[in-house]
Design a protein around this ligand. Structure first.
Ligand SMILES: [Zn+2]
Length: 69
């Protein structure tokens, strides 16, 4: 399982490698570039699923298309 994901800010394009929590979803992420508070897109469970390069660990574990709560 991958626990590191590169988050890309949709506002400024700032990229940041972040370690994901393995047993929880992260709903908010403050961009290190412009300070925008990122939230998951509709239908996504967390910021990593919306803006990261790797789905969050609960999604990796349960398979594609299944979201953590
Ligand atoms: Zn930003």
């Amino acid at each position: 399982m991958k626990i590191e994901s590169t988050l890309t800010c949709p506002s400024c394009g700032h990229k940041s490698i972040e370690a994901m929590p393995t047993n929880a979803c992260q709903f908010f992420y403050d961009c290190g570039g412009c300070g925008t508070r990122l939230k998951p897109k509709p239908g996504d469970c967390c910021v990593f699923c919306s803006y990261g390069t790797v789905p969050c660990p609960p999604v990796q574990e349960s398979g594609k298309g299944v979201f953590c709560s």
